[in-house]
Design a protein around this ligand. Structure first.
Ligand code: NDP
Length: 321
């Protein structure tokens, strides 16, 4: 496993990490989560991503219980959580990045995760109703109170990130240092184009999500929805449309010979493509089995095979996205 600096910070993240989103609690109980996290950790992954709203807090609880069983030294791994959507259907407790919510919600996350601090704390989405200045101060205060070590944004516009950095610099506050954007072969332009000044001029880091486009880029949906897959989960039936989109499936089929040529699985090929981008600090993978983790964690072996010619051939397939 290689480690990359989180932008210009001194923090090193494994270039492949593991997220909990749909998997923990829905597909993996505590014991299975222990196995998944151990497989990633044994392969060198040091970063585990979570969010307050994943399975309404249950995902944090499962990860917290798994960490307790695993008993790893706290310094040997990083965990994150993300705040915005909230757990309670009240004003000031949902869809907000206001000061009250950010300073109170973090305590619930820490309790569920069984830790006194998270390493990375994200604003899970932008909040157009709270001044960015209020959010920047609250995130700074969470760091000052020792509840988080670094903070960042997820799916914010580049202009808003630049504004947050400017406010923090003006008041000598802890700046946001990392964005968590979607990045995969289908959804790449915002990350690859719009954020360039944020990465290049401000040394922002990135932890990217859904690298396999929910599993589609592993090729597993090429012949329908396999039993037990994410696409078969009743509670997530809203994902089915994306996972059975004929145009996307046709694009995935065209990648198969390229992956085969380099001796990689489609999942490894698609993950290696993400890793090729130097602005990526860590690709957050998702997995419902140890076998998937073992396969995915080997994808870095193929990054050097993505030369200009191959990148062009890939772009020709995804020209319409
Ligand atoms: P992916 O797009 O990589 O999808 C992961 C899923 O694909 C797995 O759970 C598994 O599903 C399937 N899969 C993975 N590897 C393989 C393989 N080798 N062969 C076959 N199938 C495979 O990532 P996620 O969508 O899970 O996102 C990763 C993480 O990113 C999340 O856990 C979360 O931490 C973060 N995230 C952040 C968001 C944000 O807004 N900031 C939004 C979404 C995610 P199965 O086996 O069940 O079919």
């Amino acid at each position: 496993m290689k480690y990359r600096y989180l932008g210009k910070t001194g923090l090193q993240l494994s270039e492949l990490s593991l997220g909990s989103w749909i998997t923990f609690h829905n597909q993996a109980n505590i014991d299975k989560t222990v196995e998944l996290m151990a497989a990633a950790y044994d392969a060198g992954a040091n970063f585990f991503d979570n969010a307050e709203n994943y399975s309404a807090g249950k995902s944090e609880e499962v990860m917290g219980a798994a960490l307790k069983k695993l008993g790893w030294r706290r310094g040997s791994y990083l965990i994150s959580t993300k705040l915005f959507w909230g757990l309670h259907d009240n004003p000031n407790e949902k869809n907000t990045l206001n000061r009250k919510y950010l300073l109170e919600a973090i305590d619930g996350s820490l309790k569920r995760l069984g830790t006194d601090h998270v390493d990375l704390l994200f604003c899970h989405r932008p909040d157009p109703h709270t001044p960015i200045e209020e959010t920047v101060w609250a995130m700074h205060n969470n760091i000052e109170r020792g509840k988080a070590l670094y903070w960042g944004t997820s799916e914010w516009e580049a202009a808003d990130i630049l504004r947050a950095i400017e406010i923090a610099e003006r008041h000598h506050l802890h700046k946001p240092v990392v964005e968590q954007p979607v990045y995969n072969l289908f959804q790449r332009h915002r990350f690859a184009d719009a954020y360039t000044p944020v990465y290049e001029e401000h040394g922002y880091g990135s932890t990217t999500w859904s690298p396999l486009a929910l599993g589609l880029l592993s090729g597993k949906y090429n012949n329908g929805i396999p039993a037990g897959s994410r696409g078969s989960l009743e509670a997530f039936s809203w994902l089915k449309e994306q996972l059975t989109d004929a145009k996307r499936l046709a694009m995935v089929s065209k990648l198969a010979p390229m992956a085969e040529e380099m001796g990689a699985s489609l999942a490894q090929f698609s993950l290696a493509w993400c890793l090729k981008n130097p602005h990526v600090s860590s690709v957050i993978t998702g997995a419902s089995s140890v076998r998937q983790i073992e396969e995915n964690m080997k994808s870095a072996e193929f990054v050097d095979r993505f030369d200009e010619d191959l990148m062009r051939r890939i772009d020709d397939i995804f020209v319409e996205v």
